[in-house]
Design a protein. Sequence first.
Length: 459
Amino acid sequence: MTSTTTAVPADPPADLWSPRLRAMTVGSVALVSLLAFEALAVGTAMPTVARSLDGLGLYALAFGGPFASGVVAMVASGIWCDTRGPRPAMWHGVVWFVAGLVVAGAATTMEVLVVGRVVQGFGSGLVSVALYVVVGQAYPEQLRRRIFAAFAAAWVVPSLVGPALAGLIVEHLGWRWVFLAVPAVAIPAALLVQPGLRALTGTVATRPPAGALARIGWACGAGASAALLHYGGQQRGALAAGLIAVALAGLLACVPHLLPAGFLRAARGLPTVIGLRALASAAFVAAEVVIPLMLSRERGFSPTGAGLVLTVGALSWSVGSWIQGRIGSPRSAATLPRAGLACITIGTAGVTSALVPGLPVLPAVLCWAVAGLGMGLLYPSLSVLTLEQSAPAEQGRNSSALQLGDSLAAATVLALTGAVLAAGSSPGPAGYATTLAVAAACGLLGLVVAGRVVPRPAG
């Protein structure tokens, strides 16, 4: 028994805000914004939460737990979307997400809050993959770059105001409302998407593909390894090195079973598409983590000033996404990935200029803007390529793999960055330069293999 998908109508809408797509677009973008806000706001609120619940010992698990459950959910969502369509995965994801927020917001102990965070992370993973499949089934090809650009923009406002808004909520309403206020928006957003999801009736229920249960098992292993990696990255000395080594071994054992064959050797087509997303994520996250610390310690920036530099990168990311959504189809599928990776490589390498005594910081800030522009050009274009190179019955699996590679690469580089910065008595110029060099190397490696996003011609 196979699954089939209803094709986009012969006369598809020419705009994201056409009557047929308007509610779907608004609801989808709102859901992405909520996922982004919660991911950013919790970091601001968690120190207060841990003190209030006397749970500093579980602080790391409150972040690693939802990350691990999200990894499992991404794989499960991919399987579910390919066999039943995105509607069940989307609705279950929203329910799990909201339920986790309510449990966390009502928690009276840190253990209960961690449970709520794990449930919330599982829901986020289900929704994030289902949204990609919705794009593949509901939006015609000429609009996919624009909707993915809208998704990228949906992260910008939360990145600008999310931490500050969360701080105000914690100070004036209490930390619980950082969790409890989000369902009031999440449920209406999901209801806006519902009519469009109901119209996607072309996916016929099938049995799960062969090996689906094994994939869930490998996902559990990868999730546990990622959580251990996250925890190890927050430790120091021999303990950190040991935990990171065990976690990396677990990831190396599990990841090949979850990503397309040929991922590690950059095989042509989809494996390279997913690999480029992972490399770009690793490069950007490594630089993003080190910039505030470097500017505050080496240049005397206030937390607000260092945060504004990161804001420049977020804004330029949005600009890059807007640009790629408005240009025509490039002559080669590799054009936008190459341009994006070139910007990421140049930008992350150029940030090291802030370590040169006597040199103004402005060149480093401009380089960070270039890196953000590259991410904006790259991310949506790779999302589009993933859908273009996926059969309808494999959009869920491949969208899951794209986001898994992204998330696991970010977790790995965060742990390794923490280890590098903690290697000395305190972070110094050598640690910052090493981290930024690794970031630039990831971008350069991606640039070298970017041409392989073009599949080998059949025959």
